[in-house]
Design a protein around this ligand. Structure first.
Ligand SMILES: [Zn+2]
Length: 547
């Protein structure tokens, strides 16, 4: 064979490109085509563990193969299996608290409390467990805050408040003021209670502080819960739950104390927490367990000079699946925007990177995750079982939802100020004639609600962006109205379907922006760092020391 090398490359790559039917250029029609495919009924709403999962994974692998990327999964394959379990508590766990005089108050499941357990099956019970008010349940050395100082909560029930003292006081000198830190998230409260050895942790619901009403709490946690399975270690925390503000008020009153006063005191530097004398908590319920296996899809382009260092790009492939219902109605949660659009953007970016004649210095890892909608499970599993060392993963970005509203004058940074990545984004956006803007509601903690967060938590600097706020063509109010309309009518609803009237011109600009960023991060000699006051900085330092 006398083919020159470039010809040989062309001969092996081009037919595959044609098979995919898309161009290596970043184009709206390619993104549209991929969204349409992923959100078609044939994919069944992409529920983890469903038939739709197989279809989705096959499609993603076929796409990456056609681009000429290499597998990046376990054992040299395209996937990383993610073991999960589905836990279903009995219809209504019974629970009550008992006051100092022995008087019992029954708690009604769904109205007063919503309880569940992450124990893998079996009978769950907590009996005669002393109740301790632990303020915000926060241990945050960087903010010089420790609600558990001097408290022994082993085997006890802790009652904690949602969000953090900065939100409660709106004092910018406390935590991050109005903006929620990770210490304010409900997930953190349970993790800390587990570290402290508590047997049960009840978060007091407050609509403003949580960012959502009691109905959301009730609906989200009263149905079967998926969580990571595999070799899960024994937990001390047997019961996780929310308690309504009213029920918490009467529980605290049983000890002769006032919840509002305790809450106010817990929001100051002289924070007081402690036992509620004589009050104990009881509950018991059965936890049914079923094993489910799902998978992340992983592809890579090997770096030219530093192949063992990585830039990570992630997007979740999963959505809510198909609901049970009669055959003559639509039961498929197609999830076209959430997150067929983000997966399609990742594919578009991957295709552009695969087509670059010269590989960037570092490798690029494309991680398409499962079960984001079930609590960031696929990314959490990856973070706990990384395929490439976390210390060698310089930084990354997550794409959850692409812009379908057309070109924007700006781009939103979620978790603005968290890391140096903001400056890179600002520079790249400027080159497109755009600006970056911080998210509008930092108190809602959106930075903690998608896959980049799982990686941030183990120290990898991660960037997460939202659509812009000012449309080039229609201005700002129009965008606000359109976004509100989407949330109200389509978010997590059956009607989140592909719409041919979308303008994907803005999504194209975003993918071009990501393309620039990924190349920058993969080529610049130095890596990227968290900001000095970031709650993820300590995890990064620890991970780098272990290198
Ligand atoms: Zn999503």
């Amino acid at each position: 064979m006398l083919l020159s090398l470039p010809l040989l490359v062309a001969a092996t790559v081009l037919p595959l490109q044609e098979a995919a039917g898309t161009s290596p250029e970043i184009r709206a029609e390619d993104i549209a085509r991929r969204i349409q495919t992923l959100s078609s009924d044939a994919f069944g709403g992409r529920g983890p563990g469903s038939q739709g999962e197989t279809t989705t994974i096959d499609y993603l692998i076929e796409q990456f193969q056609a681009m000429g990327l290499e597998p990046g999964g376990e054992g040299g394959g395209w996937t990383q299996p993610v073991p999960m379990v589905e836990l279903t508590p009995e219809a209504s766990p019974k629970s009550r608290f008992v006051g100092p005089g022995g008087e019992a108050t029954e708690l009604m499941h769904g109205r007063d409390v919503v309880l569940w357990s992450e124990q893998l099956g079996g009978e769950i019970s907590v009996a005669d467990s002393e109740v301790i008010f632990a303020g915000y349940g926060i241990v945050a050395p960087e903010f010089e805050w420790n609600d558990y100082a001097g408290l022994d909560v082993k085997g006890k029930t802790v009652l904690v408040m949602v969000n953090d003292p900065g939100f409660a006081t709106q004092d910018p000198a406390l935590f991050r003021g109005n903006a929620m830190t990770y210490y304010g998230r409900w997930t953190y409260k349970f993790e800390e209670a587990e570290r402290q050895g508590a047997a049960a942790c009840l978060i007091i619901h407050d609509e403003a502080a949580a960012g959502y009403g009691w109905t959301v709490v009730d609906q989200s946690w009263s149905r079967p819960q998926l969580q990571l399975g595999g070799d899960v270690k024994e937990r001390s925390l047997r019961v996780d739950g929310w308690i309504s503000g009213d029920a918490a008020t009467s529980l605290v009153a049983a000890a002769g104390q006032d919840l509002a006063a305790l809450a106010a005191a817990a929001s100051t530097r002289e924070a007081k927490s402690g036992p509620l004398p004589g009050v104990t908590f009881f509950t018991s319920f059965g936890n049914r367990m079923q094993r489910v296996t799902s998978a992340n899809v992983v592809a890579q382009r090997k770096g030219r000079t530093k192949p063992d260092e990585y830039v990570l790009v992630c997007a979740h492939w999963d959505h809510l699946g198909t609901r049970e219902g009669s055959e003559d109605e639509d039961n498929i949660y197609n999830g076209a925007v959430d997150n067929a659009s983000g997966s399609a953007s990742l594919l578009e970016l991957a295709e552009a990177i695969a087509a670059q004649e010269t590989a960037p210095a570092r490798s690029i890892l494309f991680l398409v995750t499962t079960a984001e909608e079930k609590g960031l499970l696929g990314s959490k599993y990856y973070a706990e079982n990384p395929i490439v060392p976390l210390a060698k993963t310089v930084c990354g970005l997550n794409i959850d939802v692409a812009n379908t509203l057309g070109p924007m004058k700006d781009i939103v940074v979620v978790g603005y100020g968290a890391s140096e990545l903001d400056q890179d984004l600002a520079a790249m956006a400027l080159a497109q004639g755009r600006t970056i803007v911080p998210e509008a509601s930092p108190e809602k903690g959106y930075y903690f609600r998608s896959d980049h967060f799982s990686l941030a938590k183990v120290g990898v600097p991660m960037m997460y962006m939202g659509e812009g706020t000012v449309s080039v063509e229609h201005g700002e109010e129009w965008v606000t109205r359109k976004k509100a309309e989407f949330t109200r009518r389509h978010y997590h609803k059956l009607s989140d379907e592909y719409d041919p009237s979308w303008d994907l011109g803005g999504a194209v600009e975003d993918v071009q922006l990501f393309h620039g960023l990924v190349n920058l991060w993969a080529n610049e000699p130095r890596g990227r760092e968290w900001s000095a006051d970031s709650e993820f900085r300590a995890a990064r330092e620890k991970s780098l020391r272990g290198r």
